[in-house]
Structure formats: structure tokens, C-alpha cells
Design a protein around this ligand. Structure first.
Ligand code: DHB
Ligand code: FE
Length: 294
């Protein structure tokens, strides 16, 4: 038996959320409603802890910089140390990798014509550690290994929604050919609407964010055709982080490109949790858990 994708998890990565946890401020009036909103997702995660997470996220000029901008960078390492700008490295456990799964994904996905950058040594910033904290809380050790997939959404040109969806499809094929019967979740992170600089700093567009989640659930192929300019105009300059959610969504059963699935039973994922909250820092916060139907 091979590995399988059991769920897609989608969540914002606002750094202030991690800092609120690190400084013990989650019970303060500003943060309490958000963390109350996270409770159902954490309860689901306690009951559905995977054997590994493929965590799609973006680095914010910590592991990479203007001297090197990989579009899709797959972590190959056994260990990733936290690093961050702003508040500095978070006081969270180092992240254990899964080198065998990474190597298999690299072989499979590159042979499916996706020329990934393979990174054997890198740090991970709030883009990766805040989603872990949101989903797992504050354990002394993260409950499962993580395969990081860093996507450039910081420096243009950034990958298209269509390419992201296709990469997710390729990752699903890789997982289904991994010769170990493990339960893997794929996480798409970043977003939702936010702009951190310029005249529109603080922009939040709730109707657009809501429609994005609706379309991500119901018609990801149509959503994947949306051009970058729409993200920037409607969701702000940093709203483009949302394009990463399409990688995780593309890895789910109903996006698999096989004839049997096109003509077969409905493979749509089950929505087990959905959250939208404003404000957290300058950013609208969204969260979705979709259980795979395969
Ligand atoms: C904020 C959001 C981000 O996605 C980020 O990377 C940094 C800051 C914010 O809302 O403050
Ligand atoms: Fe960000």
C-alpha cells in the first residue's frame, strides 16, 4: 500500500498570531475571539494528526533573498531551524523533516516536468511556523515531520494559479506512488487579503475573501484561471500569498486528472471547518479544513 492524502488544510500565517502565542497573550480581548475560532480546527487536528505534512508556504526574505529566488523550493533536510525578521526567530521547536518523502516527491514531481529547486539546508520563518502553531498549539516537539515547499510570492514574477494547481496534482501523484502506508496532509498557507505598505496599507476585502474560499472549495480549476492582477487589485499586494492555497487544493481527489474520476462518483472534499476573522494585525484571517474523499 502507498501513502495517501487525507486532508487539505488552509490557513493564514500572520506573524502577530505566533507572537501572541509566544508571549502568552492569546487570552487578551484582542486575541481571544480568534483563538476561540481556532478551537474546532485544533480539536479536529488532535483526532486526525497525520504522519507527515507537506507544508506549502512562502519565505519572507529569511531563507532566501534577492540574490536567489526559487519559484518552487522543496526542503530535503532532516531538520529546519526557525528564523524570522521583525520579532526574530520564534521560540518554537525546530521542525523535523522527512528526507525519504522529500526525495520521493523530488524524483516524482521533476519527472512529471516540474523543475523544483531542491534545498538541503534552510531555515523556516513565520510562513511555516505560524501555521504549525495555529494547528498544533505549543507542544514541546511538533507532532509529525514536515516537508516544506517554499513558493515565491514575494518578488515578481510569481507562479500562476494554474501552475500552482498543476503542481498540486503532480504532488498527489507523487504521494500515491510513495511506498509507505502513511497518512499525509497537505497545507496551503498565507493570505487572506492584506497589504502591508503604500497608500492601501490595511486593505481588507471580506466579500472577495469569502468568494475565494467558496470557489476554492467548489471550483478550484476555475479559480486557478484568475490572473495575478485580480489578487493584487482585490486582495492587496500581499493577497497574492493566496495563490499557494491552489497547490494544496490541486492535490485533492477531485482535482486528479484521471478519466475514471472525471466520469466517476463525486470526489468533492468534505468541508469540516471554515473560519474567517478580522482583524489580526493588518490582515484578514482565513482557515479551512477539507477532508479528502478518496
Ligand atoms: C503580516 C502579514 C503577513 O503575511 C506577513 O508575512 C507579515 C505581516 C501582517 O499582517 O502584519
Ligand atoms: Fe506573509
Amino acid at each position: 500500500m502507498s501513502a495517501r492524502i487525507s486532508a487539505g488544510v488552509f490557513t493564514s500565517h500572520v506573524p502577530a498570531i505566533g507572537v501572541a502565542m509566544d508571549l502568552g497573550k492569546t487570552g487578551e480581548p484582542y486575541w481571544q475571539p480568534l483563538f476561540a475560532g481556532y478551537e474546532p480546527a485544533r480539536a479536529w487536528m488532535r483526532d486526525n494528526t497525520p504522519d507527515a505534512v507537506i507544508l506549502v508556504y512562502n519565505d519572507h526574505a529569511n531563507a532566501f533573498g534577492l540574490e536567489m529566488i526559487p519559484t518552487f523550493a522543496l526542503g530535503m533536510a532532516a531538520n529546519y531551524e526557525p528564523a524570522d525578521e521583525g520579532w526574530g526567530p520564534r521560540p518554537v521547536p525546530a521542525v523535523a523533516g522527512h528526507p525519504e518523502l522529500s526525495a520521493h516527491i523530488a524524483h516524482s514531481v521533476i519527472r512529471q516536468d516540474f523543475d523544483l529547486t531542491l534545498v538541503h539546508e534552510m531555515t523556516v520563518d513565520h510562513g511555516l511556523t505560524v501555521p504549525l502553531s495555529i494547528m498544533f498549539g505549543q507542544p514541546p516537539v511538533w507532532p509529525c515531520p514536515v516537508v516544506p515547499l517554499a513558493v515565491n510570492v514575494v518578488q515578481y514574477p510569481v507562479p500562476s494559479g494554474r501552475r500552482c494547481l498543476q503542481l498540486g496534482q503532480a504532488i498527489r501523484r507523487a504521494v500515491e506512488s510513495f511506498d509507505d502506508e502513511i497518512n499525509i496532509q497537505i497545507w496551503g498557507t498565507g493570505g487572506m487579503s492584506h497589504q502591508l505598505q503604500g497608500a492601501r496599507a490595511g486593505l481588507i476585502n471580506q466579500p472577495w475573501d469569502t468568494a475565494f474560499m467558496d470557489r476554492l472549495i467548489a471550483d478550484p480549476a476555475d479559480l486557478a484561471a484568475m490572473p495575478h492582477i485580480d489578487y493584487v487589485r482585490e486582495a492587496g499586494s500581499e493577497g497574492i500569498e493566496l495563490v499557494m492555497w491552489l497547490i494544496a487544493r490541486g492535490a485533492m481527489a477531485d482535482c486528479a486528472e484521471t478519466a475514471s474520476q472525471k466520469s466517476g462518483p463525486d470526489m468533492s472534499p468534505r468541508v469540516v471547518h471554515r473560519l474567517y476573522h478580522v482583524p489580526a494585525s493588518n490582515t484578514a484571517v482565513g482557515q479551512l479544513i477539507l477532508e479528502d474523499c478518496a
